[in-house]
Every structure is written in C-alpha cells, then in structure tokens.
Design a protein around this ligand. Structure first.
Ligand code: ATP
Ligand code: ZN
Ligand code: MG
Length: 395
C-alpha cells in the first residue's frame, strides 16, 4: 500500500560516467524495496523513498552499487551499423494516452497489460513480416512452453547473470489439509498478495521463461546436432521482472518475443545473423520506421555487469534495433541480433559433427515494443501510416 514518500539525495563518491547513467538508474530499482523512483546524475542520485521504509542500510547499499558498477568501468565504443533515425515520422505524442482513451490497453497490474484489436492486428502484421524473414532462412517452426525448469536456467548460469528479473512459479503442496485450508481461508491482502499459511506452497522447481531460444538449446542438449546446423523460429511469452522500471508497453513483466535462432558452426551463425540484419533493414525501410542498429549489452545483474558487459561489447555479441520515440526524444530496443559464441554448445553439450561445441545466435523481436514504437512514430490512425503497413494491416 502506498505510504508517504520522502526524497533522499545522495552525493556519489565517484563521478558516474554518462554511458552508465541509464544502466545505474535501472539497477537502483533492486537496491531496496522502499525505492519508488530513482534518478541518476553525474554526481548525485535522487531517490523517492517510502517514508516507513527508510533505513540505515539504504545509503550503504546505493554506495555499493555505484562502486561495483563504476569503479574501473571502461566506456564501450558504441558501434553504429545502420542509422535511420532521421526518417520522417508523423506523430509526437505518447501513444499510451490515446491507447488508454480508446480502451486499446487495459492494465491488469504493473507490467501486465491486455491489448485490444488495433494492437493485436498491428502485432499480427509485424509477425507476418518476421515469419517471412524466418521463411527466407527456411527456419523450422517450434512451440515452446511458458514455464521453464529451474534446473535448466541453473545450467546456463541464468541465476548468476539475471537474478533480479527472475519470475517463479509454484503450486499448492499435494496435501489434503493444505488444499482444504487454502480453499477455506486464503485471500488477497490490500496489496493483492495471497495470504496463506506457512508451508502452503511447494518448493520452487519451475520459473516463467525469460527468453525463447533457451528452450531450443535444451531440446538439443547432450547430443550431437543431427544435421550440423539448424535454423528455427518460435514465438513465446517471456517474463522479466523489472520492478519500478515496468512502465507502459515499453517495459513489461509479461511480454512476447519472436525469435529466429541459428545453431551450427561459428561462420554459419555469424553469417546468418548478418544476413538477417540486412534483410530486416529492407523490411524496416518499407515500414518506414525511424531507428538505428547499434552495439549493446544485456542488462546483467550489478555484480556481473562490468565484466560481462565489457565481454559482450569487445566480441560484438549483441546489436540492438533501437527505434525512435519522438515523444520523449529517446530510443527503445525493439529487437536484437545476438551471438552467444559456443556458450550454450559448451554448457549444454551440443556438438558438431567434428565433436566441437555448436555456436548459437538469435534474432529477437519484442512484439509489444515494436507495435508501441510504430504507434509512437505514426499515431493510431491507419490512414496516416506508411502504405506497406496500411495494406498489410487487416481490420
Ligand atoms: P532492454 O535493453 O530494453 O532491457 P534487452 O536487451 O533485455 O532489452 P533482449 O534480451 O535483447 O532485450 O530481448 C529481445 C527483445 O525483447 C528486446 O529488443 C525488446 O524488444 C524485447 N524486450 C526485452 N525486455 C522486455 C520487456 N521487459 N518488456 C517488453 N519487451 C521487452
Ligand atoms: Zn534468443
Ligand atoms: Mg538491451
């Protein structure tokens, strides 16, 4: 429940380099439950904190995060592969306002939305484009579950890399007394949290899946890859708990991702990632999207961030399609081109005919995000959209 909040200003011991400001701002969400809002400037962090959550360890924890992110940080060279940010757009407002007014979005909780017909049809249009791209690689279709075993994520180091964004699934223990007691007395408190007796829930063995391509790697684990290479595609629900950063359709707890996945020798994966980028550039040109493709890193957890991010950037492992959001003069990642080297091949023991580990890579699109970015650039009236989208959009 919301309680009165206070502003806490913290002068940082180390200056915060410009390239880490956004990253640090999003990490502060996970520092203390009392933090409602965080703003990072070069020498100062401003927090909005729930008054009754104020505690002595807050400043110490913030200092710890700053030091672990900033000390010895090297500014990565941002490599720009394509720049089309200047493409003309026709809308300047935040589409959330008009989407809400028209009943096109309905917020169920933080980061959880249902989408109405306009968004659903627009996403279907983008999906048709992604499926054509997948077809151009003869990618085989797959369907993956929404749940993923904890054992799987542990095996690919996910707990270590992204603990902050995990979402857990459980169920009642199989015990008549537990189930009876739950049915009789369980209820939601004022915050919507389920109140139930101790030892009601079973141990957590399953999570909500954070990505699509992992499921394919697990399906291929512990044996040789039959044909030596594989292109596959799937769409799925993905879950990343991003705390107070869960705002609007830009950052959801529950979102959908379409992936095109390549498994095989290094050259096969890298060549197809690049061909995919080039083919996608043609699609995005037809769509009229204003965007840029640039090097990036994954949002690793604080302790892992510096090392892992530097590694990704040094080896050009991740490029993001960042679409322009005119209403806030910023950009938003609507997709990414990823190369994992032989990480999954080694950890999951997937081998090539020569006995070495496979390399993997994926092209991943955030479906809600691409629709959101498109609407932010062209508005909600199909009549004002670029012709390709108008024609491909089926009412
Ligand atoms: P960001 O940099 O915005 O945190 P990411 O680097 O974690 O995103 P990827 O892991 O590359 O994202 O996932 C592929 C795509 O999935 C992203 O480009 C984005 O379009 C979408 N996506 C990722 N996280 C979210 C989210 N929380 N809500 C909505 N879409 C998301
Ligand atoms: Zn992937
Ligand atoms: Mg990113």
């Amino acid at each position: 429940m919301s309680t009165p909040s206070v502003i806490v200003e913290i002068e940082t011991a180390l200056p915060i380099p410009a390239h880490l400001i956004g990253e640090l701002q999003s990490k502060l969400a996970y520092v203390d439950e009392s933090i409602v809002e965080a703003k990072v400037q070069a020498n100062k962090i401003t927090l909005v904190v729930q008054e009754d959550g104020l505690n002595d360890s807050l400043k110490e924890k913030v200092a710890r995060v700053v030091s672990s992110m900033v000390k010895g940080a090297i500014q990565p060279k941002i490599q720009v592969l394509e720049s089309h940010l200047e493409r003309p757009v026709s809308y300047q407002l935040d589409p959330m306002l008009e989407l809400a007014r028209r009943g096109e979005i309905s917020q169920e909780a933080y980061g959880i939305y249902s989408l109405g017909p306009l968004l659903s049809r627009l996403i279907a249009f983008f999906e048709s484009q992604f499926l054509e791209l997948a077809d151009s690689f003869d990618a085989a279709p797959y369907r993956f579950p929404t749940l993923i075993p904890a054992r799987y994520l542990e095996r690919v180091n996910y707990f270590r890399s992204f603990p902050h964004s995990l979402s857990f699934a459980t169920h009642l223990r199989e015990d008549l007394d537990v189930i009876d007691a739950f049915a009789q007395s369980a209820c939601c408190d004022a915050d919507g949290a389920v109140q139930a007796g101790e030892r009601t829930f079973a141990p957590i063995q399953t999570l909500l899946s954070p990505a699509v391509c992992y499921h394919l790697y697990f399906a291929l684990a512990d044996r040789p890859l039959p044909s030596g290479k594989l292109a596959a595609t799937a769409v799925g629900n993905c879950f990343r708990y991003e705390s107070i950063n869960l705002n609007s359709l830009e950052r959801l707890w529950n979102f959908s991702m379409r992936e095109i996945i390549f498994v095989g020798p290094k050259d096969y994966v890298l060549e197809n990632r690049e061909i995919g980028r080039q083919r996608m550039a043609e699609v995005l040109e037809k769509i009229g999207l204003a965007y840029q493709v640039e090097s990036a890193n994954d949002p690793f957890f604080i302790g892992e961030f510096r090392k892992q991010a530097a590694f990704q950037s040094a080896f050009q492992l991740k490029f993001e399609i960042r679409a322009r959001l005119p209403f806030k003069e910023s950009t938003l990642a609507v997709g990414s081109y990823n190369y994992h080297q032989d990480f999954f091949g080694r950890n999951l023991n997937i081998t090539l005919p020569d006995g070495g580990p496979v390399h993997t890579g994926c092209i991943a699109f955030g479906l809600e995000r691409i629709a959101f970015a498109f609407l932010a650039q062209f508005g909600l009236e199909p009549a004002g959209w670029p012709e390709t989208v108008r024609e491909g959009f089926h009412e």
